[in-house]
Structure formats: C-alpha cells, structure tokens
Ligand binder design. Structure first.
Ligand SMILES: *[C@@H]1O[C@H](CO)[C@@H](O)[C@H](O)[C@H]1NC(C)=O
Ligand SMILES: *[C@@H]1O[C@H](CO)[C@@H](O)[C@H](O)[C@H]1NC(C)=O
Ligand SMILES: *[C@@H]1O[C@H](CO)[C@@H](O)[C@H](O)[C@H]1NC(C)=O
Ligand SMILES: *[C@@H]1O[C@H](CO)[C@@H](O)[C@H](O)[C@H]1NC(C)=O
Ligand SMILES: *[C@@H]1O[C@H](CO)[C@@H](O)[C@H](O)[C@H]1NC(C)=O
Ligand SMILES: *[C@@H]1O[C@H](CO)[C@@H](O)[C@H](O)[C@H]1NC(C)=O
Ligand SMILES: *[C@@H]1O[C@H](CO)[C@@H](O)[C@H](O)[C@H]1NC(C)=O
Ligand SMILES: *[C@@H]1O[C@H](CO)[C@@H](O)[C@H](O)[C@H]1NC(C)=O
Ligand SMILES: *[C@@H]1O[C@H](CO)[C@@H](O)[C@H](O)[C@H]1NC(C)=O
Ligand SMILES: *[C@@H]1O[C@H](CO)[C@@H](O)[C@H](O)[C@H]1NC(C)=O
Length: 871
C-alpha cells in the first residue's frame, strides 16, 4: 500500500517533470536545421519566446508580445540589446502564446491556435535545408547548397537596419500602435528619384527636400541603405550615390517609421537609443496628428474657429445644422442637390500638409470657380485657394489635420459641408460665427425655423421623458442621487461609464495596487477588450453630488492631448467614485529620476521637460475651458514607452472642493512645488502651475529632489576621485544641505551651469544645454507671477522659437530666504539621518496644517510630501 503510493508519487513527479522537459526548448544559435520544427511562445517562455539567436547574440528570432500584453503575439526578429522589434511576420494577424512558428521543407509559416496558417512564405524551387539568423539581423531560408530562398531583409515591415537594402518600389508601412502591429496609414517608399512619406497616397515629406540631405546625382535610384556613416539612396550600384545624408557613425542604427507617422533615424549607443533625425522635422506636418480637421499649432491640437471637437475624434462644424459630407452611395442622394453644399472657412494662416507637395487642380481661377470644381466632385471634401496665384487645391477622399502656418500663407482653406434642411439657396457660406444659431438657421425662412425649433424641442422633451420612465432610478443604491442620475443623459461627450462590478472584474477585485495618489489608491486592470487601464478609486469625495462629478468628468473626458493622460471612463455608483485612465507602463517621473535605475540621459530629460510643458500649455490655453492643474510634480508626470510623457490628475481639483477654482482654503498643491502665492492672498492662476513646473524642471536638471539632504553614499565620491572633471566638484557641494533652487540661482549668477547638472551624467551634457533649462526654470519660479512666462512661452523657449528669458534676480531673492530656512531647519532636525525627506515631512506636516495661514512663506520650500488636505 505504502510503496504503491510512493511509486505513484514518483511516477507523478517524473511525469510532470518530463512535461516540463518537453515544454522548454533549447535556444538555437545561428541556424535551425531540424526540419518539421515548431516553436510557440509558451514553449520558449524561459527565453521570453526567443528560439533562435544570431551567432553574435545581438539578434533573436522570437514569438513576442509587445509591451507584454496577453493577446497579440508576433513572430519577430528583435535587436536583443534594446528589445527593439525590427521585423515581424504576421503583423496583420497576431497569434496567441500557443500559436506556432513552423519550419518544414516547403515553407516557414505561422499557425494560430486552431491550426489555420496566418502567414507563410511562398513556394520555392528547391527544398528548405535551414533557417539562419545572420549576425546583421537578416532571417534567411537556405537550401541544400546554402543559397538563399527567402530573406526578411527583402520583406521589411516598418524598420530597416544597418546594411539592409530597401529597393526602389518597396516601402515601410507604419504600425497602428505600439502593441498592434497591423498596417497603419503611413508609408515610407523609395521611388526612382527620392524617398517619400505618404498618407493615403498624399505626400507629406521628401528626403530630397531635407536641409541636410545632399543630392549627388540624377541617376535613377536603385535602393536605400543605412551603412554606418549615412543614409544613402544608391543608383545602379554602390558607386553611384543619388542622395545622401551624413549621420554620426556608429555600430548599429535603424530607420523606423513610427505609428505616429514620423520616420526616425536612431543610433544605439551604450544601452540607449539616440535619435539623430525625426522627419518631418515639423511635427504639425504629420497628416493625421490632430485627427480629422484638428488644428495643429506648435504641437498643440485644437479646432479651427467655427468647429468643435467631436466625440468620434477630430473636429466637426460647431453649428449642428452643418455636417461633413461623405462620398458614398448612401449619402449621395443627400449631396446630389447642389443647393445643400456649402463651404466653411478654416481661418487665416491655416495650411494643409500636402499643399507643398501637390499640383493644384487648376491654376488662375477665382474662389467660386474653385468651389464649383469641388462641388461637382463627390470625392472632394475641401479645398485650398491661393488668393493671388488663383491656385486651386482639392482635398479628395480623405481629410487630415490642418496646421497653423507661422510664416503666413496666402492660401485660404475651406471644408465642404452639407446644410441640413436645405429649402432655400444657402446664402451664408464661409461664415465663421460660432454662436448658435448659426449659418444654417439664416438659410431658412423664420416661420419654417420656428416650426422646426418647436418640433425639435418637443422631440427632445418626449425622448427624455420616455427614456426616464424606462430607466427610472432602478440602478441607484439610494434614492438620494436620482435627480443627478437623471441629468446624466443630457451630458454629451461623457467618457464610458462603468458599473462597479465591471471594474471589480477588470482589477480582479482590486488586486494589484500600482500607486497611491492624492485622491486615493490606483489599481491596475484589464478591460474586456484586453486594454490595460489604471483605475483610480477616489476616497474623499466629500459632499459632491453625482451631477457635479459628471460635469467635471465630461470636461476632463473631452481633453485629448498627446501629453495628457487620457480618461477612458468613470464609475459613479452609490457613494463610490472611480476614474479609469489609460495605463502608463513606465510609471511616474520621480521613479525614473530619483531612484537607482538607469540614469536618464540629458536628451531624455529634455524631451520629458518639453512634453510636460506642452501638456500644461494645452491645459492652460488649448482647450475650451482653461484648466489649472494645481499639483504639478514628478509624481504626476507619467512615462510610457520611448519615454512618452503624459501628465495625470489634471482637472481633478474641482472634484474635491465645492469652489469653482483651486482655493487656498482647500490647499491642493504639494510642498516643494507650491508657489509663494498659495500662502499669500494673491489669486491662484495658470502662473501657479508655471512655478511648480519650474521647480520640477530644476529637479530634472539635478536628478534629485530640490531639498535633498546631502548624499551619504560613498559610491559617488569613490568613483570620481579627485579628478578635475565637473562631476567631482559638484559632489563636493553635496556635503552640506542643499536647497537646490538657491544653488541654481547662485551658479546662474556666476555662469557655472555645468556644476548644476546631475553628476550621474558624468559630463555627457554641455554647459549651454544646462544653461537653457536652468534659465527657463528660474524664470518660471519668479516670485511675481506676472513676470513668469506662460507655458506656451516655455514650450517656445525649449523648442528654440522663443529666446530664452533672462531670470530677474530681484524676483528670485526669496530663494535666499527659503534656502537659509532650509539649512537651519536641517541642522536643527539633525540632518544626515538616512532619508532627510521623510524625516522632514513627518515632522512638519502637522505644523503646516495649523500654521499655514500666518507663518506664511516659510514652508514653500518643504519636501514633496503631500499636504494632508481633504484627500
Ligand atoms: C517532415 O514531415 C513530413 C510530412 O509529415 C515528412 O514527409 C518528412 O519526412 C518530415 N521530415 C523530417 C526531416 O522529419
Ligand atoms: C552550408 O553552411 C553550413 C554552415 O555554414 C556548412 O556547415 C555546410 O557545409 C554548408 N553546405 C554547403 C553545401 O556548402
Ligand atoms: C543638420 O545638420 C546639422 C549639423 O550636422 C545639425 O545641427 C542640424 O540639426 C541638422 N538639421 C536637421 C534639420 O536635421
Ligand atoms: C557607406 O557608403 C558610402 C558610399 O558608398 C561610403 O563612402 C562609406 O564609406 C560607407 N560607410 C561604411 C561605414 O561602410
Ligand atoms: C558599378 O557599376 C559600374 C558600371 O557598371 C562598374 O564599373 C563598377 O565596377 C560597379 N561597382 C561595383 C562596386 O559593383
Ligand atoms: C562597435 O564595434 C566595434 C567592433 O565591432 C567594437 O569594438 C565596439 O565595442 C562597438 N561599440 C559599441 C558601442 O558597441
Ligand atoms: C458611407 O458613409 C458612411 C458615413 O460616413 C460610412 O459609415 C459608411 O461606411 C460609408 N460607406 C461606404 C461604402 O464607404
Ligand atoms: C433640392 O433642392 C430643391 C430646392 O432647391 C428642393 O425642392 C428639393 O426637394 C431638393 N432635393 C433633395 C433631394 O433634397
Ligand atoms: C447642380 O449643378 C449643376 C451645375 O452647376 C447643374 O448642371 C445641375 O443641374 C444641378 N443639379 C441640381 C439637382 O440642381
Ligand atoms: C444673398 O445675400 C445677399 C446679401 O447678403 C443678397 O444680395 C443676395 O441676393 C442673396 N442671394 C440669394 C440667392 O438669396
């Protein structure tokens, strides 16, 4: 009995371990010669799905899931040191982690769970003998005599790598997103005389027109190649160069067409990518950067005058009687009647990405002829007309974003619109009036209008009543919110509303906590569509009713900007309040900046500073309603892949306080980033955010908290001994408590900028670059709000379009006061006891609350612990 049980256990152990043995496969090196070979991600899970490595181990063939999401797996070649996917087979048809790659004598193929072949090579004249991954990253099928049957280099996706040729007539096609590799709308192609970026067939960039490109001959192009010293368009063979662009030589570079439509050229240095070029160099030149008819200006999206944001994305005419036509059978009847077509002006100095690359449909015509041309053409959706030249450009089939033209243009743009209720000839074309009622209403006789209005109102009334009687307040826990609930249906543009149960399921009952913000705990979750989200549970909702909550949500939900975290939805059930945001996989800036991870390179810091500035500029001036963040700090600056920057927690200040703005009584900011006016009676304005931004900028420069305690670590001192490089002299400064903003002011006065840079950069930055950020930061923290720059100015200064301001020392003297207080306080409290920050904040948070009003100013320098307010 005992022995048989024992042997059963042995058998079971053996059985399970033998399963394990068969499951994890060996990593092949150089080539696979075993035919009838199969691999799945699951089988190679120990190697993250990699089953074949190049001899030099730099490239790997793998079945991978970008960003470790769970649904989309791709058979890919990756550049192992950076994890960059340089080629993938089944980009339009992802498989699951048990889908397979199969190598037989006939083909290399990718097979999904149900055995369907989703990708395969075509038939070859001889049999396959091996699959080889060469040292340059080319995946090759070889026959028995080692001649190539098929190569990944000849079937590029969105990337070409050093040495790879992109022949004339072939293209790179962008991916839809970082996790969905299916083909997007942007294409880079090599033509017989140039390299072009296109969107829906329309050119938006040409290599030959780049400033740094030189045209060496007019021979026809044969292929494009990056070879370590440059990007070349070669003619018949390597001895004929048609166009070339020199790059800093390095071992590995790639050219990649990103999902956002920009072609980048990057070098891999150390363990990081360094971007040499991103084209088009003017961001607003990207066709769909602000969605349909979105107006791109200095990287900020808004809508042209007379248009507003549509919930479906992009901009639509603000007048609800006007709609954008679509040219297809169902709508043609609508459009046939000429009289219902009109044109809305896009405003002055607005241009279109393709105008510079396109021939006009007609030259020397007046505007009405140009409009006539467009009217006759069902697929024409808009036009640009040059006033002096009479050039008429028609926008056919697709409408992209429009851009504000800084240099000014003589062209005026018009969007074709359909006027509903077209009883009469439209006589209000090109109106820019924004208020309601608008153009359309002028077009119909007053009596008809009144009748119409009555009908519309009656209709709405009936619909609401009907809807209410059906829904009632059945969904509500207590009856107390029913009036708020009923109002919900009249809010437009509300983000998705979730049930509590849906969020509980998405977060597996609030299992994984990923953060603790000012408003409560944040959990990671996965929605049924597999998208990752951050679910923020709002703790102290106070006396807020559901209606006010929803009003705010509707406002926040409408704000879309590349540098702002997107609100995907919310939940308001009973007293529960949740906000559902897109998930940012790299966490917040404080972690990247202050913790002991890889050091952020200067360019990365600069990009983060710029992204943050853009996001704030948008909040302050880009949306319909000015939004003051009130709590700008590294914890609220989130990072995504490629260090994409997004600001979180904006617009929430109103959720907590009944007041209409962030008021002193409900102190919302975070010490260390609080502008002096928080503590005086000066009004809070967008300049309050500018101050906090300046403080954050200084921390980005330094890589440490502004009021950090001296470094106790010996690592720094030991590493950089007594050499006379700048980093060792700065670490000398760290032996006393440093109020960094004051140090920045002092060093600015002496012009010793380099000493302010993060010592961990070990000199990998120039004095000019540090000076730029430090001067911008000091201008931002002027005590007098009026002389701080606006966030749009800051964006301009960082981008170089606005001269960097000269800090006004008389408005920065308060830093000396703060600095002195800081030094005294740290002496008395016995600095040097491990983590000064925590020590500080615990000691002072109580004091702060009770004495904030009278002992003003003295606490604005405090460390960045959150003020315990109504959170
Ligand atoms: C691979 O499978 C095919 C069909 O199943 C078989 O004919 C062939 O002999 C196999 N080749 C090897 C090398 O096992
Ligand atoms: C093909 O290449 C492999 C590895 O380089 C080598 O071992 C083999 O002998 C070659 N075969 C022929 C026919 O050249
Ligand atoms: C052109 O090259 C110069 C120097 O190599 C560089 O500073 C500049 O940024 C380049 N311009 C563009 C548009 O890439
Ligand atoms: C790249 O190609 C150009 C033109 O053929 C040549 O002058 C240059 O030396 C090449 N660079 C490398 C690193 O091979
Ligand atoms: C390039 O083509 C020319 C003319 O056909 C020939 O003379 C030259 O040898 C070729 N060069 C290379 C590197 O193939
Ligand atoms: C570049 O390649 C050379 C030789 O292949 C190697 O010695 C050097 O370490 C490489 N540099 C980097 C930064 O990878
Ligand atoms: C026709 O236009 C409508 C509205 O834009 C669109 O939903 C539909 O897909 C279009 N149909 C075709 C065949 O393009
Ligand atoms: C076209 O407009 C005329 C008046 O101009 C109107 O009588 C007619 O009903 C309209 N037709 C359609 C299909 O809307
Ligand atoms: C539309 O306009 C064209 C030319 O302007 C005219 O020939 C045609 O009859 C008009 N169609 C209708 C339905 O009014
Ligand atoms: C359009 O309005 C103008 C005055 O604004 C008037 O002169 C013209 O006759 C009107 N046209 C039509 C077709 O009603």
């Amino acid at each position: 009995m005992g022995t048989s049980l024992f042997s059963l256990v042995i058998a079971a152990t053996f059985f399970s371990s033998s399963i394990v043995l068969t499951v994890s496969g060996p990593l092949y090196v150089d080539s696979i010669t075993t035919l009838n070979f199969t691999a799945s991600n699951y089988q190679y899970i120990d190697n993250s799905g990699a089953f074949l490595a190049s001899n030099n181990q730099i490239f790997k063939a793998t079945i991978t899931n970008p960003l470790t999401q769970l649904t989309n797996f791709y058979f890919s070649v990756i550049h192992a040191p950076s994890g960059t996917i340089v080629w993938s087979a089944n980009r339009n048809k992802p498989i699951s982690n048990s889908g397979k790659v199969r190598l037989t004598e006939e083909s290399l193929s990718v097979i999904d769970d149900s055995g369907v072949i989703v990708w395969s090579t075509t038939q070859f004249r001889s049999n396959i003998a091996s699959l080889k991954l060469s040292d340059d990253g080319n995946l090759v099928l070889l026959d028995g005599s080692n001649s190539s049957l098929w190569q990944s280099f000849e079937n590029p996706t969105d990337t070409i790598i050093l040495g790879q040729r992109l022949p004339v007539g072939s293209s790179l096609v962008s991916s839809v997103s970082n996790i969905d590799f299916s083909e997007g709308e942007y294409v880079f192609s090599v033509t017989s005389n140039d390299g072009l970026l296109r969107w829906n067939g329309l050119t938006y960039w040409k290599l030959s027109m780049e400033i740094n490109a030189s045209i060496d001959s007019y021979s026809p192009v044969s292929f494009l190649q990056i070879n370590g010293t440059g990007l070349f368009l070669f003619g018949f063979n390597e001895s004929v160069i048609v166009i070339h662009l020199a790059i800093t030589p390095f071992n590995f570079s790639i050219a990649q067409l990103g999902s956002e439509g920009a072609l980048t050229l990057k070098r891999f240095v150390g363990s990081n990518w360094v971007q040499d070029f991103a084209w088009p160099s003017s961001y607003c030149q990207i066709p769909f950067v602000c969605d349909k008819i979105g107006l791109c200006s200095a990287r900020v999206c808004s809508c042209p005058l007379g248009f507003h944001k549509s919930t479906a994305g992009g901009c639509v005419p603000a007048n609800s009687l006007l709609s954008l036509p679509s040219c297809n059978a169902s709508d043609n009847g609508n459009q046939l009647n000429n009289s219902s077509i009109s044109y809305l002006n896009l405003g002055n100095n607005v241009d279109y990405f393709s105008n510079a690359f396109m021939q006009p449909a007609k030259r020397g015509v007046n505007l009405s002829l140009c409009q006539e041309l467009c009217t006759q053409n069902c697929s024409c959706l808009g036009l640009f007309h040059g006033n002096s030249s009479g050039n008429c450009y028609l926008l056919e089939n697709y409408l992209g974003s429009v851009m504000s033209s800084s240099s000014g243009t003589d062209r005026l743009g018009y969007v074709k619109v359909l006027v509903k209720f077209s009883n009469e000839n439209p006589n209000g074309t090109q109106s820019q009036n924004q208020s309601f009622p608008l153009v359309g209403l002028i077009l119909i006789p007053p009596s008809a209008f009144l009748l119409l209005l009555t009908i519309v109102f009656l209709g709405i009334f009936w619909w609401r009543k009907h809807k209410l009687s059906r829904t009632g307040s059945a969904k509500l826990g207590g009856g107390d919110y029913s009036s708020g609930e009923l109002e919900l249906i009249s809010f437009s543009g509300l983000p998705v509303r979730f049930e509590y149960e849906e969020l509980a399921a998405a977060t597996e009952n609030f299992k994984t906590q990923i953060g603790f913000g000012g408003f409560g705990v944040v959990y990671k979750g996965t929605l049924p569509d597999k998208s990752l989200v951050a679910v923020k549970k709002i703790n102290s909702i106070g006396v807020q009713g559901k209606k006010e909550f929803c009003t705010e949500i509707a406002i926040i939900g409408k704000i879309h900007h590349i540098n702002l975290v997107r609100l995907k939805g919310f939940c308001a059930q009973g007293r529960q309040r949740f906000l559902v945001y897109e998930y940012m996989n790299k966490g917040s800036l404080d972690r990247s900046l202050f913790e002991n991870g890889p050091v952020l390179e200067w360019q990365e810091r600069f990009d983060i500073a710029l992204g943050t500035a853009r996001g704030l500029a948008y909040l302050h001036s880009g949306c319909e309603q000015k939004i003051i963040h009130c709590d700008v700090k590294p914890e609220n600056i989130l990072l995504h892949d490629n260090l994409q920057v997004k600001i979180s927690d904006f617009g929430l200040s109103k959720l907590l306080s009944p007041e209409q703005s962030c008021l002193f009584t409900n102190l919302r900011g975070t010490r260390g980033y609080l502008a002096p006016e928080w503590l005086t009676s000066t009004a809070i304005s967008d300049k309050t955010d500018v101050y906090s931004y300046g403080m954050v900028l200084l921390e980005i420069v330094r890589g440490r908290k502004n009021c950090s305690m001296p470094v106790q670590s010996h690592g720094l001192e030991n590493d950089s001994t007594e050499g006379d490089d700048p980093s060792s002299s700065t670490s000398g400064l760290e032996t006393r408590p440093v109020y960094f903003p004051l140090l920045a002011l002092e060093m600015h006065e002496e012009g010793r900028y380099l000493e302010l840079a993060d010592p961990r950069l070990e000199g990998r930055v120039t004095s000019e670059k540090v000076e730029k950020l430090v001067r911008v930061a000091l201008c931002c923290v002027h005590e007098e709000p009026a002389i701080r720059p606006t966030m749009s100015n800051v964006v301009g200064m960082l981008e170089g379009s606005v001269t960097v301001g000269q800090p006004r020392v008389e408005s920065l003297n308060f830093l000396r006061f703060y600095g002195r207080r800081f030094t005294e306080a740290s002496r008395h409290e016995g600095f040097g006891e491990a983590n000064g920050n925590e020590f500080f904040s615990q000691r002072n948070s109580a004091t702060f609350n009770s004495t904030a009003v009278d002992s003003h100013n003295s606490f604005s320098y405090m460390s960045s612990q959150q003020v315990s307010g109504p959170r």
